[in-house]
Design a binder for this molecule. Structure first.
Ligand code: ZN
Length: 216
């Protein structure tokens, strides 16, 4: 049976058949425990915990130590969803929280699952600052950059890109770096995403995702 992995989804409560896997992302501290629990009894579910740029204003002191502690206790958990979003407030705080989480991911050797909307200049500046100490991989989910961004990212970093529909930049993304996602609370939808994207690009999304996960 053909296998699929939803490379970026959020907390869900449906049962997954054996041929469907998922990488479930938390968006704020209140979801961290639930994401860890969901991965615990499911070999086909991986998890990432972090603070999404939409929720940085709600953080309380010590959030980063709590994140670090939970990651140390759970060596298979990655860092996500983290990032920057031009259309949300508190950009300085977003940058601080994103940078801190990138540092933690690098220190603990965990892959990072990143959201970047409308702020590629700021994203590139931060990546450059941390270039000597990066997480083992970065997945840019629901990728919204352009072809030039793809080329720059692939030249300097171990990056993957996930898509939820066929988009114009797909032709610039190396075939082995293309993943698929639902960004939803229902990873079963990944089969339809795979079918749609497969109309334009011929690659093994499952193999690509497994390759990424092997990196850390
Ligand atoms: Zn998301």
């Amino acid at each position: 049976m053909k296998k699929f992995i939803d490379a970026h989804c959020h907390l869900f409560d449906c049962d997954l058949p054996d041929n469907i896997g998922a990488i479930v992302n938390a968006t704020r501290p209140s979801e961290w425990g639930a994401v860890i629990d969901l991965t615990r009894n499911n070999t086909n579910i991986c998890g990432a915990i972090g603070v999404h740029p939409w929720y940085v204003a709600d953080l309380t002191a010590g959030w980063d130590e709590q994140l670090q502690d939970l990651l140390i206790q759970n060596p298979d958990i990655m860092v996500g969803e983290i990032g920057l979003d031009k259309y949300k407030p508190d950009m300085d705080l977003q940058i601080h929280v994103f940078s801190r989480q990138l540092e933690i991911a690098a220190e603990l050797g965990r892959g990072a699952h990143v959201h970047c909307v409308g702020t590629w200049d700021k994203m590139f500046a931060i990546l450059k600052r941390y270039k000597s100490k990066m997480p083992p991989f970065i997945l840019f989910h629901r990728f919204s950059g352009n072809g030039v961004d793809v080329v720059r990212l692939c030249a300097d970093y171990n990056v993957y890109f996930s898509f939820w529909d066929s988009v114009r930049v797909i032709s610039d993304v190396p075939i082995s770096r293309i993943l698929i996602e639902t960004d939803s609370d229902n990873p079963l939808g990944v089969v339809a995403v795979a079918e749609q994207i497969a109309e334009n690009v011929n690659c093994d999304f499952y193999k690509n995702t497994m390759g990424m996960l092997k990196n850390g």
